[in-house]
Design a protein around this ligand. Structure first.
Ligand code: DAH
Length: 341
């Protein structure tokens, strides 16, 4: 039996168990109820009385040794993975994870916000489900304006109250002016909805950014300068702008702004329909009726507003021909913009 004890001691001493599963195997083999030590104890009972003292000591020493070994192995293996490292090929090249890219609309929206926030504008937001007051009435739309028609606007309920999906982000102007007195200087990004047949050039939802500046002595020249600065930062320092008279119920005077076509440099090409100019936004001086409706005194304050379509700007920057691409979520399309940033 002495020889057996010695052999087990050497065997235990040589055991290598680097991972928790192997350590557990060790415990079961030597220290469990049916393990080697237990069976040695069993054998010990049959040992003649005169050898009991010496063998008993040896056996105890062995038990202590195995327990100690077990504790050391356990400690060393703790924190290592359950996988046998020797079975892992550490020279294999790494599997790549597909990394998401920012949506082109988000990229351009963030660019626009950054340009305006550098000029002191803060971001304001409002709800997409709106009422007639915020989308139309407060903004000086006449009662019979075609935008109030079901063919142009998605109504959720009609009569006695009209609840609808906002058709423009101008509604956030009203919401902000109702709650704050000037100076107000905000840009309002958001999604808008219109009852349009979906095609390459029109969609039933798209994105806008509204701008609004109300203070004492705000002039059309201030508006022009801010828009020129925006156009140059967005499309390059050589960009020219042109303001054409237009009409919006909520601004007077109103204008539409064109930028020089960056494809032909203003010479005329199919993209700009040979005019050398492309339209990018609507703007104007806020109509006094709108200020009044929102609780701001038009005798004291004046201001300008502008509204632009983010898809339109994105198309100009990235030449995306079909509006539907923006909402199809085809990863092959979206991945193209990873490098655009
Ligand atoms: N709300 C207009 C639209 O959806 C865009 C717009 C034009 C906004 C002129 C303005 C503005 O604030 O002054 O077509």
């Amino acid at each position: 039996m002495i020889n057996k004890i010695e052999a087990i001691r050497e065997e235990v001493n040589a055991v290598k168990a680097e991972i928790p599963a192997k350590v557990e195997e060790f415990r079961i083999k030597y220290l469990s109820k049916k393990g080697i030590l237990a069976s040695l104890m069993e054998e010990f009972r049959t040992v003649p009385a005169d050898q009991k003292r010496e063998l008993g000591q040896k056996l105890n020493q062995l038990k202590n040794f195995v327990t100690e070994r077990y504790n050391i192995l356990k400690e060393n293996a703790a924190g290592t993975s359950a996988i046998d490292v020797s079975s892992i090929d550490l020279t294999r090249s790494a599997t790549s994870f597909p990394v998401g890219a920012r949506h082109p609309i988000s990229i351009v929206r963030n660019d626009i916000i950054r340009i305006f926030s550098d000029m002191g504008f803060t971001v304001a937001e409002g709800p997409e489900i709106e009422d007639d007051w915020h989308v139309f009435s407060s903004l000086n739309f006449p009662a019979d304006h075609p935008a109030r028609d079901m063919q142009d606007t998605f109504f959720i309920t009609r009569n006695p109250i009209d609840v609808l999906l906002r058709t423009h982000t101008s509604s956030v102007q009203t919401r902000t002016m109702e709650k704050n007195q000037p100076p107000i200087r905000i840009v309002c990004p958001g999604r808008v909805y219109r009852n349009e047949a979906i095609s390459a050039r029109a969609h039933c939802f798209f994105h806008q950014i509204e701008g609004l500046y109300i203070d004492k002595n705000v002039s059309f020249a201030d508006l022009r300068q801010v828009l020129l600065n925006f156009a140059r930062q967005m499309f390059g320092p050589e960009t020219k702008i042109r303001l054409r008279p237009s009409y919006f119920p909520f601004t007077e005077p109103s204008a539409e702004m064109d930028i020089s076509c960056d494809i032909c440099g203003g010479k005329g090409c199919p993209f700009c329909k040979e005019t050398g100019w492309v339209e990018i936004l609507g703007c104007g001086m806020v109509d006094p009726n709108v200020l009044k409706a929102c609780g701001i005194d038009p005798e004291v304050y004046s201001g300008y507003a502008f509204g632009l379509g983010i898809e339109r700007i994105t198309n100009l920057k990235y030449k995306v021909k079909d509006l539907r691409m923006f909402s199809e979520n085809d990863v092959r399309f979206l991945a193209e913009f990873e490098s655009a940033r």
